[in-house]
Structures are given as structure tokens and as C-alpha cells.
Write a protein that binds this ligand. Structure first.
Ligand code: NAD
Length: 293
């Protein structure tokens, strides 16, 4: 069966729209997400546009800061400080990657913890590790929500996460561990032989590598749950002249789908859930300022 992140994300956003209307009517507060985009990276611009569109649809205020690629570290830090101090702003999202001359870690560190709706701040990740309230990074949080809403309980299951990045693999390990799965993390130094052996035993596979169809479908354990986080653009064999190509995940979908009990499509699986979780976190951040969450 397909784990339809697009449909679930639509439902979550519809619920958020209702909750936001009630919250704003009760408190007079309009949740506000500030987005910061530096430079002209086309993919980043698309991501920010789609986040802003979601804000507007739900009833949030979307405040956008589009900065010149040459902005200095000091000026960007000052903007983050200003947004931290602005009571009308509840969430701050600095779109990554930043141009090379900027220190992205220092910028993310500067975001006030209670406004870190992306969940990228080191202390947010620490809170996830220690099961303290806070914001988990949106992509792995979206993976967990997708499992939960589909009635898939990781407790006692063998989960394999491929990838150990700070924004996907590592927090996925933490969240699955808290959900009582037995988790193994594979990464760039894991041998292909070990990877195959572990994937073949996985009840739940989370692939976050960034390599097209890196996991052959034949490796999937019959009945396993496959969560494909990867988004890779490759040439489209049906339309080879189209420079846009097509998107595929980290798992060979067609063959994996024959063996899996549940599988996420790419696109339309984890991607939309990431935005749904960002929107969820923004409302929670606003509710917390009003003392109602
Ligand atoms: P990353 O490059 O930071 O991390 C990739 C990870 O893959 C690393 O931890 C590395 O150890 C591991 N890896 C590399 N080669 C490997 C190998 N041969 N065997 C096993 N592991 C290997 O990437 P990321 O930010 O974690 O993103 C991973 C993928 O997920 C990308 O395709 C990205 O576009 C996608 N992504 C999707 C969403 C979404 O909303 N759906 C969000 C974030 C990332």
C-alpha cells in the first residue's frame, strides 16, 4: 500500500486551518512564519515559495526576507536577532544551503529555540535526543507522523536508517528509538555487503542517502515498510529532451513495491510531510506564546 504523504499533508493542513481560525478568534494572534532566503538558488526559491503558499492557505502571516547573496554574516545575524526579538514572529526559517562565505551553523545557533520551527538548532536536536518538549526536525518528524497515521507501530520492529545527517538520518534514529524500534544506522562507511544484509532484515527501512535508486527492490524484506526520503533528479527516459528530468527516490520503487507492505512514493511521500510538520510547528510556536500549548 502507498503511504500517501500528499493526501495526509493535505488533511493536516486542513486541520491546521480550522485550529488556526479558532486560535486567532480566541487570542487575536495570527501565527507568523518568517522566511529568510539568501541569494538566487532556484531550488531554495521553490521550497520557500511553497512554504509561504502553505502559510497563506492555512491563515498564517508569512513574512519574507529575500537577501542579496553577498550579505555579510553580521548583517544576517542581526536580522535573526531582530526576528528573535519581534513578538509578532513565531517561527523563523532560514533556508539552507547558505552561500559558502556564511557560517550556516552560527546562523542556525542564533535562532531563538522557541522559534526554531525547522528543528535544526543543536539544542532542538538535543531535546529530541532527551525526549524533552521542543521541535524535532520536520522531515523525520513527518516520517513518524506518516507511520503513526497509517497505524504502523515501530515498537519491537527492526528499523534500518540509511544516512546519518543532522537533519534526517540522526534524528530519525532518535525518534524511531523513542518509538521503541531496534534501530541500526548505515552510512557512507558501511560496506555494501553489510548494508544488504541489514536491509534484508529490516521491518522498517528509512532511506536518506541522496542517490537515485541506491537500494535495489530485491533487498526489501517481504512485508517491510519502506520510507524513501531521497529526492533525486534524473533524466526521464520517456522524455529525454526535457531538462527537468524526473524525480526518483533512494529506493528502486517498482521492485520494492512488489515486496513492501507499505511504501512512500517519490514525489508525494515524505516531501509534503516535511512542510506539513513545519506548519504544525508554527502553530504550536504561536500557541506557546499565548500559553495554550
Ligand atoms: P546528506 O548528504 O547530508 O546525508 C546523506 C547521508 O547518506 C550521509 O549521512 C552519508 O553517510 C549517507 N551515505 C552516503 N553514501 C552512502 C553509502 N554509500 N551507503 C550508505 N550511506 C551513505 O543528505 P540529507 O540532507 O540527509 O538528505 C538525504 C536525501 O534526502 C537527499 O536526497 C535529500 O534531497 C533528501 N531530503 C528530502 C527531504 C524531504 O522533505 N523529503 C528533506 C531533506 C532531505
Amino acid at each position: 500500500m502507498i503511504l500517501d504523504g500528499k493526501a495526509l499533508s493535505k488533511r493536516i493542513k486542513a486541520e491546521l486551518t480550522e485550529q488556526t481560525a479558532a486560535f486567532t478568534a480566541e487570542t487575536g494572534i495570527v501565527p507568523c512564519l518568517a522566511t529568510v532566503l539568501v541569494g538566487e538558488d532556484p531550488a531554495s526559491a521553490v521550497y520557500v515559495r511553497s512554504k509561504r503558499r502553505s502559510c497563506k492557505k492555512i491563515g498564517y502571516e508569512s513574512r519574507h526576507h529575500h537577501l542579496d547573496a553577498g550579505i555579510t554574516q553580521e548583517a544576517l545575524l542581526q536580522l535573526v536577532e531582530d526576528l528573535n526579538g519581534d513578538d509578532a514572529v513565531h517561527g523563523i526559517l532560514v533556508q539552507l544551503p547558505l552561500p559558502k562565505h556564511l557560517d550556516a551553523d552560527a546562523i542556525i545557533d542564533a535562532i531563538a529555540l522557541e522559534k526554531d520551527v525547522d528543528g535544526f538548532h543543536p539544542r532542538s536536536v538535543g531535546h529530541v535526543a532527551l525526549k524533552k518538549p521542543g521541535f524535532a526536525p520536520c522531515t523525520p518528524a513527518g516520517v513518524m507522523r506518516l507511520l503513526e497515521e497509517s497505524g504502523i507501530n515501530p515498537s519491537g520492529k527492526r528499523a534500518v536508517v540509511i544516512g546519518r545527517s543532522a537533519i534526517v538520518g540522526l534524528p530519525a534514529l532518535l525518534l524511531l528509538t523513542h518509538a521503541n524500534a531496534t534501530v541500526t544506522v548505515c552510512h557512507s562507511r558501511t560496506s555494501r555487503e553489510d548494508l544488504e544484509e541489514l536491509v534484508r532484515k529490516a521491518d522498517i527501512l528509512v532511506a536518506a542517502v541522496g542517490r537515485p535508486e541506491f537500494v535495489p527492490g530485491e533487498w526489501i524484506k517481504p512485508g517491510a515498510v519502506v520510507i524513501d526520503v531521497g529526492i533525486n533528479r534524473v533524466p526521464n527516459p520517456a522524455d529525454p529532451d526535457n531538462p527537468k528530468g524526473m524525480l526518483v527516490g533512494d529506493v528502486a520503487f517498482a521492485t520494492a513495491a512488489e515486496r513492501a507492505s507499505w511504501i512512500t512514493p517519490v514525489p508525494g511521500g515524505v516531501g509534503p510531510m516535511t512542510i506539513a510538520m513545519l506548519m504544525t510547528n508554527t502553530l504550536i510556536a504561536a500557541q506557546r506564546t499565548a500559553g495554550v500549548a
